[in-house]
Design a protein around this ligand. Structure first.
Ligand code: PDD
Length: 294
């Protein structure tokens, strides 16, 4: 079991994995990334993650050095060398440095770098799935689509960090960020779903959120299961009227919510793990195992 970092094709232990202080990813968050986990040692939904990495990079006019085929090969090599039963994988593409200069102009950047960070993944606390987690609707708004569009998974996560901090202050596991119109968008690193009258509802991409790979996969699983799915505008009143709630991400899978708090700490919604959330989690895990050849 090991933590390994691949920097532009060089496999390094964490203590030797360094990057220039002039790298724009470090200075400005001028980078894009993906977080993936393995099942049976294989990265799950890799094609979708690489396609999103490409879209994020295109959204920032950021070239991916050596392209996606090379990245895929380096990922395989790093996973094989780390030899973890299951791994957390973070792929980072950074624009690189303007040597010796701190300069906002992206065109001045020299060669970028591709990093693959692999470490053992031990899974989430089982209680999160059995009982559900607390989330808070926070005051920090999700950045608008015309500023730093949330559909770009960039290395600049300060918006999400500030929102998560508010939620943590309220003792919650995750935040839910509204947009300027007061409609729900997403969590700091997850998408949100609610169940109402047997239907599955989730904020539409137009509300300004990341097109989560797990979100998309869960929408497909729900449709396959004959559950009606609706992508629409949703607000705090919709949360209050929900029969069940859950959040999704590559690391959190399908994770039920047991309580939603308001900013003043009062409870907006409280509920049990909904049968639809349990069913979708089962389907998700079944598909992950199947893809892994388990
Ligand atoms: N985050 N929304 C945001 C802002 C996210 O950062 C993430 C994922 C998601 C869920 O996306 P996906 O289903 O593709 O994992 C939604 C990853 C896990 C991270 O930042 O580590």
């Amino acid at each position: 079991m090991s933590i390994l970092v691949n920097i532009d094709g060089r496999l390094l232990p964490p203590e030797e994995a360094t990057i220039s202080v002039f790298d724009r990813g470090f200075l400005f968050g001028d980078s894009v990334y993906e977080t993936i986990r393995t099942y049976g040692g294989r990265p799950f939904l890799l094609d979708r993650h690489l396609a999103r990495l490409s879209r994020s990079a295109a959204g920032l006019w950021l070239p991916i050095p050596r392209g996606l085929d090379s990245l895929r090969a380096e990922l395989d090599r790093t996973l094989a060398a780390a030899a973890n039963p299951e791994s957390y994988v973070r792929i980072v593409v950074t624009r690189g440095a303007t040597e010796g200069l701190v300069n906002l102009d992206a065109q001045t950047a020299e060669a970028g770098s591709v990093l693959v960070i692999v470490r053992p993944f031990e899974g989430q606390d089982p209680a999160c799935f059995e009982e559900g987690v607390d989330v808070a609707v926070v005051g920090v708004l999700r950045t608008g689509r015309r500023s730093l569009d949330p559909k770009i998974k960039s290395g600049n996560y300060l918006n999400n960090i500030l929102a998560l901090r508010e939620a943590k202050r309220l003792g919650c596991f995750e935040c839910l960020m509204p947009n300027r119109e007061g409609n729900l968008t997403e969590g700091s690193t997850s998408n949100v779903f609610l169940v109402r009258d047997g239907r599955l509802l989730t904020p539409a991409l137009e509300s300004g959120l990341l097109d989560g790979i797990t979100r998309g996969f869960v929408l497909e699983l729900a449709a396959e299961a004959g559950i009606e799915v609706v992508e629409t505008t949703l607000d705090a009143d919709d949360l209050a009227a929900a029969d069940g709630l859950f959040i999704t991400s590559s690391l959190k899978e399908v994770m039920p919510v047991k309580r939603v708090k308001r900013m003043d700490g009062t409870v907006l919604w409280e509920g049990k793990v909904h049968a639809i959330a349990r069913d979708l989690r089962g389907r998700y895990l079944e598909r992950a195992s199947r893809c892994a050849g388990l």
